[in-house]
Ligand binder design. Structure first.
Ligand SMILES: Nc1ncnc2c1ncn2[C@@H]1O[C@H](COP(=O)(O)OP(=O)(O)OP(=O)(O)O)[C@@H](O)[C@H]1O
Length: 256
């Protein structure tokens, strides 16, 4: 299996405060990976690095065969291969679902075409397919500000899929949703990505849901990588140690 991203010894600090410490990891093409860890663990910072938005980090990072620089954005072509699903959806309220999803195609167009929104037949075909996969066909004409939270999230996912990325990054994509919708949305992202062979990395505060939908879990705490295992091999003790600092059995050993 080919490598989608490789980070080696990546370190970053915000104003002297370490946010990432010596992180090394490899993402394989087509796999779904969850970043788990308490607040402030460094999950969003690591996603920003993979998205090419983080500056002034140390180490090496290569994403989809593009070596990243700590001082400049990746080239436009490379950026269009990486899709990001934001927690707050970032839709244009006055535009329809269809137009919002079509906006996902802009990064793939030449500058002059995108300036005039010159969408072609293939763009419309891609958008129709994506709307169908995300169950939005019947809502295509509705304005974004007339959607429910779950429908807005589905539109944001559809826009990301319309971009035809090779890597999807999602920062806590289901944190604002009720449990039933959270499960549906995570199933939608990971299912649509698997169908297209897209690599997915999402961050979450929900260990059980993450284990169900990700192939692999990366546990982060205080900017450090605590564990990196296939989902099926992550134990309750791993999760407890991640969130509370020590596994119950380790605490018992200390007491006895
Ligand atoms: N723009 C910033 N300026 C200063 N410090 C920051 C900034 N962004 C993040 N940090 C700090 O970097 C560390 C990692 O933050 P990050 O947002 O990556 O954590 P997280 O795991 O995503 O947390 P959460 O689960 O709360 O979203 C934290 O200590 C945070 O306070």
């Amino acid at each position: 299996m080919s490598v989608a991203a490789a980070l080696c010894d990546v370190t970053h600090q915000f104003d002297e405060h370490p946010a990432l410490s010596n992180i090394s990891l490899t993402l394989k093409e087509g796999e779904t990976v969850a970043f788990l860890g308490p607040s402030g663990a460094g999950k969003s910072t690591l996603l920003a690095l993979l998205d090419g938005r983080l500056r002034n980090w140390r180490g090496t990072a290569e994403v989809l065969e593009t070596p990243y620089s700590a001082t400049a954005r990746p080239p436009r072509d490379a950026r269009s291969e990486v899709g990001f699903i934001f927690q707050e959806f970032a839709l244009v309220d006055r535009l329809s679902v269809y137009q919002n999803v079509m906006n996902g195609r802009l990064g793939r167009m030449r500058t002059w075409q995108s300036l005039w929104s010159r969408f072609g037949e293939r763009d419309h075909l891609v958008v129709s397919g994506v709307l169908e996969d995300t169950g939005l066909t019947d809502l295509a004409a509705r304005r974004a500000d007339k959607l429910s939270g779950g429908q807005r999230q589905r539109t944001a996912i559809a826009r990301c899929l319309a971009q035809e990325p090779k890597l999807i990054l999602a920062d806590e994509p289901v944190s604002n949703l009720d449990p039933a919708n959270a499960e549906k949305i995570l199933g939608l992202i990971t299912g649509a990505a698997r169908k297209r062979g897209i690599t997915v990395v999402f961050s979450s505060h929900q260990p059980e849901l993450s284990q169900r939908f990700a192939d692999r879990i990366i546990g982060l705490r205080d900017g450090k990588l605590l564990f990196d295992r296939p989902s099926g091999q992550v134990s309750a003790a791993d999760i407890s140690e991640l969130y509370h600092g020590a596994s119950p059995s380790a605490e018992l050993r200390v007491v006895s």
